[in-house]
Design a protein. Structure first.
Length: 426
């Protein structure tokens, strides 16, 4: 029984109870008067003292007046409680209505934000589309109402911005239109949103034929990188078992300490021995120009400059193999920012002449050298057991790593073990 029904029942029963009490009281009074032969003698006998009689009269009056009063007070208190409950019910109803109004207003707000984000996402202007991506991401983090729909929209937007990878050559610069700003923002948004979800329940995300630049992946699983161009991307320490990088182009990509068990690199575009040697020659040409500048400098200045660039000296000989070159270039790439900071500190404490040479000549050259080093993908410490990797990419892996991979030819056919790669010196 609800509150309103209880109040109505009480309002009906209370008058009935009062009538019954009045009838009982009248019946008792009638009995007291008419049943005895002499009511006065019955109620006030001669053998009792006056004090006892008056005591009896007082008790009778108190009973007749006090009992109804007690009943009346109880009824009044009950009515007051009912009124309070009714008022509380009204207040609760108003609060529930206010909550419903607030929920509806919030839903309308979410719907409006979603519609605005979708509109911005459809703009050809990259800045507007980026704003749409950010709005969708914020909306998905705040509410699950449009989560799946928003994720589908972001995936479609990423594919929409794709340019066929076949138009790019590994030895040519990528045209600026290949990397839409909003596409990069959308890729990062999808990665971050997926990282916050239950990894076991995620569906496969198809990034195939997507160009990615400077994306740092975290806890990534179930993503297809077939025919992707991955430039300056970071997969450091991730579990990429069975990942598909087939026919992808990997430029300056960091796989160090990642788990690539059974990963598919069939047809992937990685630096081979010739590419590594080419980068090495470019690096050494820049280093030689620095050395030439040092040789021309005053002896005191030359000493300061040698200290400033010593970290960029490659620990190689004329007989160093391509694998050893890769190891040194990886060292430069991994520590490039630290080396630059150390260089700036040395130059800062040098003479004015050295500062001028350092800022206007040495620093640009060192940045260029770091760029050559970072072009080589990094696999140091990665677990590559069972990965499918083309034979010509052996310099990118240590001997222990290479012994654990499935070596394939250019057509993807597994080569028979033992396979001994060429290790001609650079």
């Amino acid at each position: 029984m609800d509150q309103e029904s209880s109040i109505e029942s009480t309002n009906v029963l209370m008058p009935i109870g009062a009538g019954i009490y009045a009838m009982v009281l009248i019946f008792a009074l009638v009995c007291a008067i008419f049943v005895p032969d002499n009511p006065l003698k019955f109620w006030f006998p001669d053998n009792e003292s006056g004090a006892e009689i008056w005591r009896n009269i007082g008790l009778l009056v108190v009973g007749l007046v006090g009992f109804p009063f007690i009943i009346w007070r109880s009824i009044t208190a009950h009515w007051q409680a009912q009124i309070s409950n009714k008022q509380a019910g009204i207040a609760l109803g108003q609060l529930q209505n206010a909550d419903r109004t607030l929920v509806l207003a919030e839903k309308r707000h979410i719907t409006d934000r979603f519609a605005e984000a979708v509109e911005l996402l459809g703009k050809d202007n990259s800045a507007s589309a980026s704003a749409g991506v950010i709005m969708l991401k914020d909306l998905m983090e705040a509410s699950t109402t449009y989560f799946d729909t928003s994720m589908d929209l972001l995936e479609q937007h990423i594919r929409k911005r794709n340019i066929e990878r076949s138009t790019f050559k590994s030895d040519q610069p990528v045209p600026i239109q290949a990397f839409f700003i909003d596409q990069g923002v959308a890729i990062r948004a999808v990665i971050n949103l997926r990282n916050n979800q239950d990894q076991n329940s995620l569906k496969l995300f198809d990034f195939a034929n997507t160009n990615m630049d400077c994306v740092e992946f975290n806890k990534i699983t179930k993503i297809n990188f077939h025919k992707c161009r991955l430039e300056n991307c970071i997969f450091n320490g991730l579990n990429l078992s069975l990942a598909d990088f087939s026919a992808s182009m990997l430029v300056a990509t960091d796989f160090s300490r990642s788990r690539l068990v059974g990963a598919n690199f069939v047809g992937a575009d990685l630096p081979d021995t010739d590419s590594i040697n080419f980068n090495y020659r470019l690096y050494m040409e820049s280093f030689s120009s620095i050395q030439f500048q040092i040789d021309k400098a005053h002896e005191e200045h030359a000493t300061e400059m040698v200290v400033a660039i010593q970290s960029y000296t490659l620990r190689l000989t004329d007989k160093s193999t391509a694998r050893e070159i890769v190891s040194e270039l990886n060292r430069i790439a991994q520590n490039h920012q630290t080396y630059i900071n150390d260089f700036n500190q040395v130059i800062l404490n040098s003479t004015n002449a050295v500062k001028q040479i350092g800022q206007h000549f040495l620093l640009p050259k060192l940045m260029q050298m770091g760029g050559y080093a970072m072009t080589v993908p990094r696999f140091e410490g990665a677990e590559v057991f069972g990965a499918f990797i083309e034979a010509k990419f052996f310099p990118l892996f240590s001997e222990e790593q290479w012994n654990s991979v499935n070596v394939i030819d250019r057509d993807g056919n597994t080569m028979q073990r033992p396979f001994t790669p060429s290790s001609e010196p650079a």
